[in-house]
Design a protein around this ligand. Structure first.
Ligand SMILES: C[S@@+](CC[C@H](N)C(=O)[O-])C[C@H]1O[C@@H](n2cnc3c(N)ncnc32)[C@H](O)[C@@H]1O
Length: 202
């Protein structure tokens, strides 16, 4: 997926924050931030930030947040929120990152990237020593979460967390842990559990 006008998220951007699912996902920040070591000298990267459901509360706790997203429209909604210490970066995560970060967070973006190994490697290479990684995404599901997976740019039907752990550890991440962070209720009537993966760059 590149930073192009055809990004599938562009058309959802204006209404993103009021979607039933987004209202539930906004709760991730309240559950996740207490699990991180945060201070007002840190610079964090929010990968696939969208409209900033995670970036905005994170920015209140650190010096700077870079909100990275291929969707120009999602980032426009975030910019309209006027948070001074959030800097947006409208590009693909694989196009090269401008600096190293104290931490990387992400919510529901991992399943949109074909090579999880390449993505985790990119994070590893752009985390400072002892930098924190915190990723929230779906446990393995049957494809019903998005329904039209191809049109929505879905590359993984959730994740087998033991495979994810093995990939992260092989790259050098330490203190890799998983826990269920919340369950979201879909309009299809099903509940889908989300995991949080925490790890640290050695
Ligand atoms: C499901 S949305 C989640 C947005 C936000 N984190 C939230 O929880 O509301 C996934 C986001 O990841 C972005 N994305 C997907 N692949 C990307 C990539 N390779 N580089 C940067 N952003 C990407 C999409 O444009 C989209 O805004």
């Amino acid at each position: 997926m590149s930073a192009s006008p055809n990004n599938p998220f562009d058309s959802s951007a204006k209404n993103w924050d009021t979607r039933r699912m987004s209202v539930q996902l906004a709760e991730v920040a309240n559950l996740l931030l207490p699990q991180l070591v945060l201070n007002d000298r840190q610079h964090w990267l929010d990968f696939g930030s969208g409209t900033g459901l995670l970036s905005v509360p994170l920015a209140a706790r650190v010096e700077q947040v870079t909100a990275l997203d291929t969707s120009e429209k999602m980032l426009e909604v975030l910019v309209e929120k006027g948070i001074k210490n959030i800097q947006t970066l409208n590009q693909n995560v694989f196009s090269g990152l401008p600096c190293d970060y104290d931490g990387v967070v992400s919510c529901m973006a991992l399943h949109h990237v074909a090579s999880t190994e390449a993505l985790l490697k990119q994070f590893y290479q752009h985390l400072k020593q002892d930098g924190q990684l915190a990723l929230v995404d779906l446990y393995a599901e049957d494809g019903s979460f998005h329904g039209d997976n191809e049109a929505k740019g879905v590359k993984h039907l959730g994740f087998d967390i033991e495979a994810l752990r093995a990939t992260a550890e092989a790259l050098g991440f330490v203190e890799v842990s998983f826990a269920e962070i919340m369950q979201v209720e879909h309009r299809n009537g099903c509940g889908y559990p989300l995991f949080v993966m925490l790890a640290r760059r050695s």
